[in-house]
Structures are given as C-alpha cells and as structure tokens.
Design a protein around this ligand. Structure first.
Ligand code: FES
Ligand code: FES
Length: 159
C-alpha cells in the first residue's frame, strides 16, 4: 500500500491503495464516490467512465498509481453551486434512462464529446457514445439528450 494524493472533483484527497488498484475501486470503495459504476471491469461497457483531464476514460482500466497528476471528474463533480451541468439536465429532461445504471458513464462521455465538439453531428454522437452500453436500450433518447445538452450549453449552462 502507498499513499496517493488525487485531484478529484476539484479537491485534493489522500488515499491509501496499491499502485495497481483500478481507479474505479478507489473512487467507489475508498472515497465513497459510488456514482461511478462497475459493469464489466474490462473496458467494454463504459459504466465506469470518468473524466481524466477532460477526456472520457474507463476507470476500471486505470491503475490509481498512474493518475496522481491528473484532474479527475466523476458524476458527483459535474454540478456546480447546486446547478446541474447541461448534460445532466438534458438527460433528466429527455428521460434518457430507465434503470440508470449506465447513466453516469453516458453523461461523462457526452460531456467529453461536447467539450471537444460543441456542435457534433449525429455520426459524431453515435461514435462518441458507442462504447457505452445501455442494457435498457434507451439509445434514441440518449442521442436526443446529447442534442438537448448542446442547446443548454449554448444558452450558458454551468459547463
Ligand atoms: S466497468 Fe469499466 S468499461 Fe465496464
Ligand atoms: S438505463 Fe439501464 S442500462 Fe442504461
């Protein structure tokens, strides 16, 4: 075990873990940030997606020892001053979930997409969200939510 200092949702947090421990388990089990979900543990489903320096990243594949210098954002870090981010608000408005298990990963992938491409084509949306699996099959509403988030962000949402 070693001590790591992680930058999570804008706060510097100390955590004891082995360097090889997946960031996903550190977030959930050591830091109590359970919004990040465990799905496959193999990089195939996207349920564990977080932002690493703004890029959507599968936290189940990332050893905690490799991210000490990174800015990590989880679903808990998207709202600011009580205001949901445009993507969070858009998913709610569009009802883009059923069980919600995939939702935090979807929202973080969409956040990363809209950061890189504020006005994505439908093809770019599908490509960016392709690695995020929704067992409930809410894909049409997810695409609609990303479109809605684009409009909310343009109106001056918090991010
Ligand atoms: S749990 Fe990480 S991609 Fe499925
Ligand atoms: S809403 Fe259930 S897995 Fe996507």
């Amino acid at each position: 075990m070693s001590e790591f200092i992680l930058n999570v949702n804008g706060a510097l947090l100390r955590v004891n873990a082995s360097a090889e421990e997946p960031l996903l388990f550190v977030l959930r089990d050591r830091l109590g940030l359970t919004g990040t979900k465990y799905g496959c543990g193999e990089g195939q489903c996207g349920a564990c997606t977080v932002l690493l320096d703004g890029k959507a990243t599968r936290s189940c594949l990332i050893p905690v020892g490799s991210v000490e210098k990174a800015r990590i954002v989880t679903i808990e870090g998207l709202e600011q001053h009580g205001q949901l981010s445009p993507v969070q608000q858009a998913f709610l408005d569009a009802g883009a979930f059923q069980c919600g298990y995939c939702t935090s990963g979807m929202i973080l992938s969409a956040t990363s997409l809209l950061h890189d491409s504020p006005h994505p084509t439908d093809g770019q949306i599908v490509e960016a969200m392709n690695g995020n699996v929704c067992r409930c099959g809410t894909y049409p509403r997810i695409v609609e939510a990303v479109r809605h988030a684009e409009r909310l962000a343009a109106q001056g949402g918090n991010r």
